[in-house]
Design a protein around this ligand. Structure first.
Ligand code: SF4
Length: 352
C-alpha cells in the first residue's frame, strides 16, 4: 500500500472533498511506522495514536495499481509528483519499484523526500527516474538538533552538501521554522545551503497531536516573513551582495533595503507563496483555511497589496532598520554576504 494526500486523491477522482486550493503536485507517502523519533513529526515511532497525518494533512491508504491507473487517467492533473517517505524498512525498494511506474503514468517530474544515508542510494533513485531528491534538515539549530531530530546538524549538512556537489541543481531540503531556533540560526543556515546550490523550502512548525511538541506554538508570522524575504533575495539574486544585520536577540534587524526596495521586490517576487521544487504548492500543509497564511498555495492577487502593507507595517513596529546599503549591483555574479555583527563589526565573506 501507499498513502496519498487527501487533496491528491481528490484531484485523481478517488475521494470527494471540497478543497480551498487544488494541489499542483501529487503528494504520495511510502513506508511504515518511522524508526526516527523527531519531536515534531506525526510519523515518529513514539507518536501516540493516529499515524495518518503529516503536518495538517491526512494521507489515506490507496492501492498501488489503483493509483497508477488514476494518474494515467488524469494526464495534466499535476505539474510534479512528490514522494514523502518514512525511515522504515523496505522504503528504498518500494520507491525503486514505484517511481518508474508513476513517472510513466503521470508524465511529470518526480521529487522524492528521503533520508539518504549513502551516496549510492541517491544514485539508485536518480537512475530510477527521480528528478530531485529532498533531504530534510528540518531543524536549523545545532543546539536543538540532537534533542528534536537526533544526530547532529553538522553531519546532516555535510551529507546534503556532498550530495549537492555530486548532483548540482538536483538537491533540495526542508527547513521548519518555529522549532525554537532564532532568526540568525535559520538565516545563516539558509545562506550556507543556498551558497552550496541547494534549494531551500520553508515550512512553518505546526503542532501535531500525539507528538512531543503538540503543545508548542507556530512561529511568529513576522519572523517567518523575514526569512521568506531573505530566501527570495537569495533566489532572485539581484545584487551581488546580500546584507544582513542581526540585533542582540539574534533577530534580523536590517537587510540593507529601504522600504521602497522591500515593497518593489515583493511586488516583483511575491515570496509568501509556497517555495520548493517547481510546481510544488502544498496547499494548507501548515495553515488552517481562514487562519494565518504562512505559505500561500498560489499568488492571492486580491491580497498581495494587503500582505505587503501588513508586512512592512509589522517591520516598522518591530523597529526594523530600512537604511539602504549601497551595492555594486549586477545579476548573476558571485554572491557575497555582508553581515553586521552584534558588536558592530562588519565582515564581507565571498561565497564558495
Ligand atoms: S519542495 Fe515540494 S515537491 Fe519538493 S520535496 Fe518538498 S514537498 Fe516535495
Amino acid at each position: 500500500m501507499v498513502r496519498a494526500s487527501i487533496g491528491t486523491l481528490a484531484v485523481l477522482g478517488l475521494r470527494h472533498v471540497r478543497m480551498a486550493a487544488v494541489p499542483t503536485t501529487g503528494y504520495l507517502m511510502v513506508g511504515g511506522t518511522c524508526t526516527a523519533d523527531c519531536a515534531y513529526c506525526g510519523q515518529g515511532r513514539r507518536v501516540v495514536g493516529d499515524h495518518s497525518r503529516l503536518s495538517r494533512i491526512t494521507w489515506p491508504e490507496v492501492g498501488e495499481n489503483q493509483l497508477v491507473e488514476a494518474f494515467g487517467a488524469h494526464p495534466g492533473a499535476f505539474q510534479r509528483v512528490c514522494f514523502q517517505t518514512t525511515a522504515s524498512r523496505g522504503v528504498l525498494e518500494q520507491l525503486l519499484e514505484l517511481v518508474p511506474r508513476i513517472r510513466e503514468a503521470s508524465g511529470v517530474p518526480i521529487s522524492v523526500s528521503y533520508r539518504v544515508t549513502k551516496l549510492e542510494e541517491a544514485d539508485q533513485l536518480f537512475v530510477a527516474g527521480v528528478q530531485r531528491i529532498g533531504i530534510a534538515i528540518d531543524c536549523c539549530s545545532e543546539r536543538l538538533y540532537p534533542q528534536l531530530r537526533g544526530g547532529s546538524l553538522a553531519d546532516s549538512m555535510s551529507l546534503v552538501v556532498g550530495l549537492a556537489e555530486r548532483y548540482p541543481g538536483r538537491i533540495s531540503t526542508h527547513l521548519i521554522i518555529g522549532l525554537g531556533e532564532d532568526e540568525m540560526e535559520a538565516a545563516e543556515l539558509m545562506l550556507e545551503l543556498r551558497q552550496a546550490g541547494i534549494l531551500v523550502s520553508l515550512f512553518a512548525f505546526t503542532p501535531v497531536r500525539g507528538t512531543r511538541m503538540e503543545h508548542d506554538s507556530p512561529p511568529a508570522l513576522l519572523s517567518y516573513r523575514k526569512l521568506q524575504l531573505l530566501l527570495g533575495l537569495l533566489d532572485w539574486q539581484e545584487k551581488e551582495r546580500v546584507y544582513i544585520s542581526y540585533d542582540a536577540q539574534h533577530n534580523i534587524h536590517a537587510l540593507g533595503l529601504s522600504e521602497a526596495e522591500v515593497r518593489s521586490f515583493l511586488h516583483k517576487h511575491f515570496v509568501f507563496v509556497t517555495h520548493g521544487c517547481p510546481g510544488c504548492n502544498r496547499p494548507f500543509y501548515t495553515e488552517v483555511p481562514g487562519g494565518t497564511m504562512f505559505n500561500f498555495p498560489n499568488v492571492p492577487t486580491e491580497a498581495v497589496q494587503r500582505e505587503i502593507d501588513q508586512f512592512v507595517e509589522d517591520l516598522k513596529v518591530d523597529g526594523f532598520d530600512f537604511a539602504h546599503v549601497q551595492s555594486s549591483g549586477g545579476e548573476g555574479g558571485p554572491m557575497e554576504v555582508m553581515r553586521h555583527c552584534l558588536e558592530g563589526e562588519e565582515e564581507v565573506e565571498p561565497s564558495s
